[in-house]
Design a protein around this ligand. Sequence first.
Ligand code: FES
Length: 217
Amino acid sequence: MAFALTPEREQQVDDVLTRYPERRAALLPILWLCQRQNGWISPDVVEYVAERLELSTSIVKGVVTFYTMFFDEPVGENVVWVCRTLSCDLRGGKAIQERLESKLGCKAGHTSSDGKFTLLKAECLAACGQAPMVQINDHYYENLDLELLDRIIDTHAAKGAEAAAAEFSTFASFRAPTGGEAGDRNSVSSAPPPPSREAVRLASQPPPPADERGDES
Ligand code: FES
């Protein structure tokens, strides 16, 4: 059966299309909408997007296979990205990967037998200062050690992704181009992204005395 978006998502596609002078410029956000609904970019999703944006299927496929964030084959309920670039590796990234493989029962690049987790290796996820880290779905888990990693995975398995994110995630990494919040497959919001931890730390500090700020009187 041909792929179809829900009426709400169709409305979101219409909204996205109004933001760009050329239809093809909406390719990434519309692929996101489709992946959020379907879980992966299947061949019928490629056909749907190509038709909707008046593109060839080879152009759509080329984009899907270029970006690692799009899945061109089915994945598990949760996708775990383990960062294996230098900063994370220097701080135990290999051991983190090995512990994940042992806990999930599958090698990197594969899905656990219960279909709950797909484990993938990632290039730098831009959280080097908090290495080692993993991304699970839309959330970052940073400054990991094996004991903390065990607790995160156990909480995921026992209570679900949102409970684990609420308890352990340092922040949500993903913000949907349509305005949807991280981890929320349905809502549309115009709220600004949350402040970084550094911004929160700086905001909580008292201002320096006027003579140190060089204020002119
Ligand atoms: S090396 Fe892992 S986040 Fe940059």
